[in-house]
Design a binder for this molecule. Structure first.
Ligand code: FES
Length: 133
């Protein structure tokens, strides 16, 4: 079998990120919406010098509805059937109908360029048989 390589895409400049402000992007292709968040404190799987930046697919693992980032609750909420996912804990579902965590976008930090890059995905993006298609 062949495994296609993931692209390496610059998603954001670290110094331009505001804490708890979602930044939306697509990865690994234009049909896969994602979000990046700088939490302002070290969290599990966080990247960057403060280990506080994470990113996820925004397609709910239940039926693919786009989840919203609730800045007050600091969780992802699905408007379709009310699943809630935790960005501080690898996208794990807190409550709801989904059975899988939100796919996590693997990030790298390039200090010289002040850049956060998306480099792969942990977990299968909703509706796909492979993440790279
Ligand atoms: Fe998100 Fe059903 S599609 S909970």
């Amino acid at each position: 079998s062949t495994t296609l390589p993931y692209p390496r895409d610059v998603v954001a400049q670290l110094s331009e990120l505001s804490v708890n402000q979602p930044v939306y992007f697509n990865y690994p292709d234009d049909r896969s919406p994602c979000v990046l968040i700088r939490k302002g404190r070290e969290i599990k799987g966080g990247v960057g010098p403060d280990r506080d930046v994470v990113a996820y697919s925004t397609q709910c693992t239940h039926m693919g509805c786009p989840v919203n980032y609730d800045q007050e609750a600091e969780t992802f909420k699905c408007p379709c059937h009310y699943s809630i996912f935790d960005p501080d804990n690898s996208g794990q579902m807190v409550i709801g109908h989904a059975t899988e965590s939100l796919p996590q976008i693997v990030l790298e930090y390039d200090e010289a360029e002040d850049a956060l890059l998306a480099v792969s995905v942990n977990g299968l993006i909703y509706g796909r048989q492979a993440n790279i298609i």
